[in-house]
Write a protein that binds this ligand. Structure first.
Ligand SMILES: Nc1ncnc2c1ncn2[C@@H]1O[C@H](COP(=O)(O)OP(=O)(O)OP(=O)(O)O)[C@@H](O)[C@H]1O
Ligand SMILES: [Mg+2]
Length: 321
């Protein structure tokens, strides 16, 4: 498959233990295809197998079985060829705190056998690209979380990889740091780099990835564009905020959908229901509430969030109050 940057078929990986109870299935028949030049999100909760998948793809861990190809090479029998073509940003970074950003990048470049002059040029290019040009001399310990992560990202690009693995690139960052890293990741795509990004943040996958694979317990349980995944949960939602939480029950009974599909948040005086007909839903609900003498503070149509998608797909169903 020439247009596939990553192709995984039936990957299994088990950790552990002579005793059966210590054995942990981290990958349990995982299938995945990533098209060249795209950002692909692997979305899953703690322990879903995301890091295990990344380590298998990056040739740091051998799968027990299954076929795993990266850049057209087998990760087991052609690991060297794979390593030449990939970059990895791990969940925990490896920067020298005492060195400046520029020195860190030059060191990475030298480790990858670039000559001194070439290493310097590459470091400058990357600092510029990730908006770190002014802080190249400052020791990394004085960097903000977002700056550090951007420097990590720069370091993983020193070798100009075809395929880049980002394992939870924004975990632990504040909203500003997260936005900085997002914009850095977006800037990669134009250059043709394929990015596989793992995340627990549904919003992050939504923001960055053209396609998302939802992973749970070592398998892909759903796959598609963010919009496809959202529409699979039954399309748009209508949110109604009431003035009086005491009327929530009466309002739910008025809606033209089964009660089991409606979620209620008493603290926020909010009810949320799936809608089938976008045009009439809003005015119909507003009118019905008015006629019943129920005061609504806000009524709005919206797409479902990926949180709702995830709960739906993992079988947790609707969140009830
Ligand atoms: N070295 C190991 N030895 C034994 N079990 C492990 C090991 N590494 C991971 N596991 C188990 O394998 C499963 C998958 O772990 P993995 O780290 O791949 O998940 P993850 O999706 O990256 O989670 P997180 O979001 O917390 O990083 C988990 O149940 C974990 O406890
Ligand atoms: Mg992990």
């Amino acid at each position: 498959m020439a247009d596939m940057a990553i192709s995984v078929e039936g990957a299994h990986k088990t950790y552990g233990g002579k005793k059966a109870k210590d054995v942990k299935k981290a990958l349990d028949g995982l299938d995945l295809r990533v098209v060249r030049g795209t950002v692909h999100g692997v979305l899953g909760p703690n322990g879903a197998g995301k890091t295990t998948l990344v380590r298998v793809l990056a040739t740091l861990l051998r799968p027990d079985s299954g076929r795993v190809e990266v850049a057209g090479y087998d990760v087991v029998t052609e690991a060297r060829a794979v390593r030449f073509r990939i970059g990895l940003l791990g969940q925990h970074a490896a920067l020298d705190e005492e060195l400046g950003g520029r020195q860190n990048l030059e060191m990475f470049a030298r480790l990858h056998h670039l000559g001194a002059r070439h290493a310097r040029v590459r470091a400058d290019e990357l600092l510029e690209r990730f908006d770190l040009g002014d802080t190249g001399r400052k020791p990394v310990r004085a960097y903000s979380g977002g700056m550090r992560r951007r420097l990590d990202l720069a370091a993983s690009l020193v070798t100009d990889p075809e395929i880049l693995f980002l394992d939870e690139p924004t975990t632990g960052l504040d909203p500003r740091g997260r936005a900085e890293v997002w914009s850095a990741v977006r800037s990669l795509v134009g250059g043709g780099t394929t990015v596989l990004l793992t995340t627990q943040y549904l919003e992050e996958a939504d923001q960055l990835a053209g396609r998302i694979s939802v992973v749970d317990r070592g398998r892909v349980i759903a796959d598609g564009t963010p919009d496809e995944l959202k529409s699979r949960t039954g399309g748009d939602r209508i949110d109604v905020v009431l003035r009086d939480a005491g009327q929530l029950g009466a309002a739910v009974a008025l809606l033209p959908v089964p009660e089991s599909g409606v979620s209620v948040d008493v603290d926020r005086r909010l009810l949320s229901a799936p809608v089938t007909d976008r045009m009439t839903a809003l005015s119909g609900v507003v009118r019905a509430l008015e006629e019943a003498g129920i005061d609504a503070e806000d009524v709005a149509l919206r797409r479902p969030t990926l949180d709702e998608v995830f709960l739906h797909l993992t079988g947790a169903g609707e969140v009830a109050a």
